[in-house]
Design a protein around this ligand. Structure first.
Ligand code: 5AD
Ligand code: SF4
Length: 443
């Protein structure tokens, strides 16, 4: 790499899809002659890949972008780009709202980034927030930014067609498209050749993956099995699954293929049928429970996590209690819990009043967290004495003598390093635990 090539610093917020997108962006920019650097002080261009899912995500990112004023003072030529969901949601307005912003690019317009950076260098307005019905970046081989990593992401669908009433994603990421299985397999194999030991297939709703051409059609379970067979030495994960599309076929593929991890992230959002209806989730509590039962039956010992949020439109104490009851019944290993945050532009913003008071939302959130912490702890205690195959991901932050990794069920486990290296598989017996971590010993 030449010393005078321009330097790009990439900062990523939000979901795993954004992490994967940043690698696509890195690849596009490297092809244009940029070098990706790890210190923002030396950058010619900073791109911030953003998230709009809740208001507090956006507030945090705005603070970050405003903080770049210092760097701009030192280097007046520094260009700042906001890319991803916030760029898409706010468009032109961002130029007025955030003085530091020079470039605005939505999730489907990354191919245009080199051109837009050149425009910005010439002092022109540089914006592209066009959404696409077809863009999947299938011809881009993502640059793996964290070269020491052993676990990578590959996106298999982009966008979302579900239009849950509270959610901004269909507006910021556009319509759902599935990527050509050939390019998915190529990317997975590329990860394998680079020494990666694990891949997570990503999409807003992976179960609805379907790729059609004139001769054949590939469904999600078929794709999952194709991936598992093509890289037998890699662990396969996937996220996120929508309960309405979680099929027994997919569960059977997981059960049949040893290298597909026994772990499913299945966001329930609420336990109340009337709230689920207002959310337009297209399933009932009963349907969701049936899916959980199917998971336990077809994949015994499968880890399950969920997303849940409280305080949506009209959520009564009775509705909330049904969420609590569902959590007690489902006993998730892990749950991501939130308060409803109204997002401008969504159906709920226009039609369903944000009418649960903030203090009630807060109290309900705290109640969910206390309960889930207890359940996570009990689930982990249930693992004591069991042996799990663990993929070692790194050295423990607490002690250099210890490594950490994940079980197939996605639980983090810490144990003495001995002769093991990062990327090795080890059989580990669980000795103790906290609510977040198992602690064990290799056997
Ligand atoms: N407010 C709060 N939480 C939300 N989520 C999505 N939209 C909102 C919102 N407007 C949560 C859902 C989703 C996760 C990624 O974020 O639980 O599954
Ligand atoms: Fe949002 Fe619903 Fe699509 Fe998930 S499935 S991204 S919650 S609209």
């Amino acid at each position: 790499m030449s010393n005078n090539s321009k330097k790009l610093f990439l900062e990523t917020y939000g979901c795993q899809m954004n992490v994967a997108d940043s690698e696509v962006v890195a690849s596009i920019m490297e092809h244009d002659g940029f070098t990706i650097i790890k210190t923002r002080e030396e950058a010619d261009v900073i791109l911030v890949n953003t998230c709009s899912i809740r208001e507090n995500a956006e507030t945090r990112i705005r603070g970050r972008v405003q903080g770049f004023s210092e760097l701009k003072k030192k280097n007046p030529k520094l260009l700042i780009g906001v890319i991803g969901c916030m760029a898409e949601r706010l468009g032109e307005k961002l130029f007025d709202q955030e003085k530091n912003v020079n470039i605005i690019v939505g999730p489907d317009a990354y191919m245009d980034l080199p051109l837009l950076v050149k425009k910005a260098e010439n002092g022109e307005k540089a914006i592209n927030v066009e959404l696409s019905l077809t863009e999947t970046y299938k011809d881009i081989c993502p640059s793996r930014i964290d070269e020491t990593s052993i676990s990578g992401f590959v996106s298999i669908t982009r966008g979302c067609n579900n239009f849950c009433t509270y959610c901004i994603v269909p507006y910021t990421r556009g319509r759902e498209r599935s990527r050509n299985p050939e390019s998915i397999l190529q990317e997975v194999n590329d990860l394998s050749e680079k020494g990666y030991k694990e891949v997570t297939l990503l999409g807003q709703n992976v179960n609805s993956f379907v790729f059609k051409n004139s001769i054949s059609e590939v469904s999600f379970p078929e794709l999952l099995e194709m991936v598992a067979i093509s890289v037998p030495n890699m662990r396969i994960r996937f996220a996120t699954s929508h309960p309405k599309d979680m099929s027994d076929d997919t569960l059977r593929v997981i059960a049949k293929n040893d290298n597909i991890c026994n772990f499913i992230h299945l966001p329930v959002q609420s336990g109340s049928d009337s709230v689920l209806k207002d959310m337009r989730r297209k399933y009932t509590q009963e349907w969701y429970k049936n899916r959980i039962e199917a998971i336990h039956k077809i994949i015994p010992g499968c880890g399950i996590s969920s997303d849940i949020f409280c305080g949506f439109h009209n959520e009564s104490e009775e509705d909330f209690n049904q969420t609590i009851e569902l959590m007690k019944w489902a006993k998730f290993d892990l749950a991501y819990m939130f308060k409803y945050s109204e997002r401008p532009g969504t159906f709920a913003y226009k039609n369903l009043a944000d009418n649960v008071p903030e203090d009630v939302k807060q109290r309900r959130l705290e109640e969910m967290i206390v309960l889930q912490n207890q359940i996570s702890l009990e689930n982990n205690q249930g693992d004591i004495g069991k042996v799990f195959e663990v993929l070692i991901e790194g050295i423990s932050k607490r002690s250099e003598q210890d490594v950490y990794g994940r079980t197939s069920q996605n639980k983090v486990i810490v144990f003495p390093k001995k002769e093991y290296k990062i990327g090795d598989l080890a059989n580990v017996i669980v000795k103790t635990c906290t609510k977040a971590t198992l602690v064990g010993e290799a056997v």
